[in-house]
Design a protein around this ligand. Structure first.
Ligand SMILES: *[C@@H]1O[C@H](CO)[C@@H](O)[C@H](O)[C@H]1NC(C)=O
Ligand SMILES: *[C@@H]1O[C@H](CO)[C@@H](O)[C@H](O)[C@H]1NC(C)=O
Ligand SMILES: *[C@@H]1O[C@H](CO)[C@@H](O)[C@H](O)[C@H]1NC(C)=O
Ligand SMILES: *[C@@H]1O[C@H](CO)[C@@H](O)[C@H](O)[C@H]1NC(C)=O
Ligand SMILES: *[C@@H]1O[C@H](CO)[C@@H](O)[C@H](O)[C@H]1NC(C)=O
Ligand SMILES: *[C@@H]1O[C@H](CO)[C@@H](O)[C@H](O)[C@H]1NC(C)=O
Ligand SMILES: *[C@@H]1O[C@H](CO)[C@@H](O)[C@H](O)[C@H]1NC(C)=O
Ligand SMILES: *[C@@H]1O[C@H](CO)[C@@H](O)[C@H](O)[C@H]1NC(C)=O
Ligand SMILES: *[C@@H]1O[C@H](CO)[C@@H](O)[C@H](O)[C@H]1NC(C)=O
Ligand SMILES: *[C@@H]1O[C@H](CO)[C@@H](O)[C@H](O)[C@H]1NC(C)=O
Ligand SMILES: *[C@@H]1O[C@H](CO)[C@@H](O)[C@H](O)[C@H]1NC(C)=O
Ligand SMILES: *[C@@H]1O[C@H](CO)[C@@H](O)[C@H](O)[C@H]1NC(C)=O
Ligand SMILES: [Cu+2]
Length: 555
């Protein structure tokens, strides 16, 4: 009780200097046609789509009152990149930290934003964000080191786009007719949820452009004809200002760039995005991979389509984010207390469907959200068995240095995201560029050798989503200083559907001390018929008896 009093006093102090920013989100279906090719049902907010950009400042309390008015679809919201330090129950992934919010139920997200930069928010229940429930979340920073240099800022999203509902596509995707797990091929690619956008600019000014790939699947190359730029932020982490002219932006990644405009206004310049065709199993004739939008100096001047002088995406050599050193100079973390090595494997299971595995486990939802298992299991919470075998749980000790090595046995690149943290990138192979593509086409695979690796950088790049290259590896580290259940998963939504995920149960005894669940969240579970106590099998008598737990399809 006394401790609570102290915490409340500290909070009041904080609130006195910051404000509460409240959004009321009534989720409803609306019709949209952003590519001009097909009307479709999209997941809107208060009858509108695209969704509102959430804008806050560091220190603000963000409150999103979400009501599920969809009638026929479950939902939730994940605030991608937010640490949710002390508010793990506001993180959003269904069956990890909360129950799915059924039609007619409401869930209030409420947390303090103690970080800055470019983020996004999206549905995290049964693959619903590709249906439209995703948008930018910007945390403005009065103290950003580059503020003096910029005359204006803007946010631009990019995404793949499907004409069918995700659920409909999932039926043919996870099916014995698709044993290789070929991902549905998008129908188009959007630029800020539309096409043919002209971004008006003035001459001799510097703009910050916040770029976010809010897609379900496909990475995109980005460049602006005739302009280079400086990268200053990746995923909420300021970088040393770094000159570049071509980016590779995987789904969930963000880049803030400073673009200085020319002094003349006679021409407009194509802003070019190119979908990474390497990820696609087939490319229909109707699919336009290259998009032209414009940096518009002069509305009356021609808006010319870009002419790509490359034959395929393999000829593009994007800036490698391994080399984006963190501006705060945070040094390489020390030798890890725990090192976890997983191998990414995509293969056909015994039922003929294509699944994805970390080692031999394909993530399978527990019967009780893992956070609720932590909160109800007492001292047994430190025992990974409580969380079930196929949630692939790792229990991390408070403040341990954690290393994760991901070896990729698959020929595709995968962007891996960790909730509740960002991580340092120590090593990655092969580098962006030609090898990155060659590796997708050969039988050659390279796994990380801890006794023979290139020197780790003194100040590594840090972000919350890193790409593991085709048939290569990456090595990342983070400190377990944020008690919570944190999902670690491939951000390609199709691959998450196939089980390419695992759960870090970070400092469970500290979670029990810090996290409390508002009554409304228990009500949401009750409405969903999901228990809020027990182990992964829902057993409240014996937390080590997992009889009846959900299991993956046998390999
Ligand atoms: C949400 O929107 C629907 C459709 O407009 C409306 O029927 C419903 O009353 C709204 N619910 C809330 C809680 O605002
Ligand atoms: C974009 O421009 C192209 C070429 O001018 C045109 O065919 C297409 O309909 C436009 N699409 C949208 C959504 O404005
Ligand atoms: C919503 O979640 C509940 C509980 O997990 C489940 O039974 C139901 O099938 C889900 N509804 C939809 C439309 O997916
Ligand atoms: C949000 O959380 C703060 C801190 O716990 C609390 O004071 C406030 O009442 C909450 N607001 C809502 C709308 O739940
Ligand atoms: C997508 O929708 C179209 C039109 O309704 C339908 O013909 C097609 O079978 C659907 N595709 C998939 C993969 O579900
Ligand atoms: C992109 O879309 C968002 C949301 O609709 C809007 O707020 C923003 O201004 C757009 N960006 C540009 C550069 O037009
Ligand atoms: C993209 O641009 C390249 C280079 O001009 C061209 O070869 C290719 O056909 C384009 N692809 C599409 C789908 O427009
Ligand atoms: C493509 O054209 C740009 C200038 O328009 C040039 O800088 C670049 O080197 C060219 N790339 C190739 C592969 O020719
Ligand atoms: C890796 O992939 C190769 C080729 O697909 C396969 O032969 C091998 O068994 C895989 N290794 C593992 C550990 O799954
Ligand atoms: C260490 O790695 C390098 C580069 O991959 C390789 O050429 C070399 O043979 C390796 N050395 C040993 C002892 O494995
Ligand atoms: C979480 O908060 C604690 C202080 O309560 C701090 O030591 C830790 O660094 C924070 N972690 C993150 C990821 O913000
Ligand atoms: C484990 O739980 C199941 C029911 O959930 C029960 O039937 C079984 O007897 C229990 N096993 C042990 C060893 O207690
Ligand atoms: Cu993936």
């Amino acid at each position: 009780m006394r401790l609570l009093g102290v915490a409340a006093a500290a909070l009041c102090f904080q609130l006195s200097q910051a404000k509460t920013v409240t959004y009321d989100f009534n989720l409803t279906w609306v019709t949209a046609n952003p590519d001009g090719l097909s009307d479709r049902k999209v997941l809107g907010v208060n009858g509108q789509w695209p969704l509102p950009v959430i804008e806050v400042e560091k220190g603000d309390q963000l409150v999103v009152n979400m009501h599920n008015g969809l009638g026929d679809k479950n939902s939730s919201i994940h605030f991608h990149g937010m640490y949710q330090n002390g508010t793990n129950n506001m993180d959003g992934p269904s069956m990890v930290t909360q129950c799915p919010v059924l039609p007619g139920s409401s869930f209030t997200y409420n947390f303090t934003v103690n970080q800055v930069g470019t983020y996004w928010y999206h549905c995290h229940t049964d693959w619903c964000y590709p249906d439209g429930e995703r948008q930018a979340l910007i945390v403005h920073d009065k103290d950003a080191y580059f503020n003096d240099e910029i005359d204006g800022e803007m946010v631009v999203t990019m995404t793949d786009w499907y004409h069918n509902m995700t659920e409909e596509l999932s039926h043919s995707f996870l099916s014995p007719t698709n044993p290789d797990g070929d991902e549905p091929v998008p129908n188009s690619f959007l630029f800020n949820d539309t096409l043919n956008t002209s971004i008006p600019v003035e001459p001799s000014k510097t703009y910050m452009i916040r770029l976010i790939n809010i897609g379900a699947f496909v990475s995109q190359y980005f460049y602006i004809e005739g302009h280079s730029f400086r990268i200053v932020e990746i995923d909420g982490v300021y970088t040393e200002p770094t000159e570049a002219d071509l980016l590779y932006i995987a789904v969930a990644q963000r880049y803030s760039i400073l673009v200085t405009t020319k002094s003349t206004t006679d021409k407009n310049f194509p802003i070019v995005t190119v979908a990474d065709a390497q990820l696609l199993d087939s490319i229909p004739d109707t699919l336009k991979l290259n998009q032209t939008n414009w940096l518009q100096y002069n509305a009356k001047a021609p808006h010319r389509q870009a002419v790509l002088n490359v034959s395929s995406s393999a000829d593009l050599y994007p800036f490698d984010d391994t080399k984006l050193y963190a501006y705060d100079q945070m040094e390489l973390l020390p030798e890890p207390d725990i090192s976890i090595t997983v191998n990414v494997v995509m293969q056909e299971a015994s039922n003929g469907e294509g699944y994805a595995y970390f080692n031999n486990i394909s993530y399978t939802k527990p019967k009780v959200p893992s956070l609720f298992s932590v909160l109800s299991s007492g001292d047994l919470a430190t025992n990974p068995e409580v969380y079930g075998t196929d949630t692939h749980p790792y229990v991390l000790g408070h403040n341990q240095v954690v290393e994760v090595v991901v070896n990729n046995n698959d020929t595709g690149a995968h962007p891996f995201h960790l909730h509740g943290h960002n991580f340092q990138l120590l090593d990655r192979y092969p580098a962006y560029g030609k090898d990155f593509f060659d590796y997708a086409d050969t039988d050659y695979r390279v796994t990380y050798d801890p006794s023979n690796h290139t020197a780790f950088p003194k100040v590594p790049a840090r972000r919350d989503t890193f790409v593991v290259p085709p048939q290569g590896y990456f090595v990342v580290r983070f400190v377990a200083d944020n008690p919570g259940v944190w999902f670690f998963h491939c951000h390609i939504d199709w691959h998450l559907m196939q089980g390419l995920a695992m759960a870090f149960i970070e400092a469970p005894l500290q979670i029990q001390e810090r996290v409390s669940i508002p009554q409304q969240q228990y009500d949401v579970c009750k409405a969903a018929g999901i228990p809020t106590q027990g182990n992964a099998a829902g057993n409240t008598e014996d937390y080590l008896n997992l009889t009846g737990q959900n299991m993956q399809v046998p390999i």
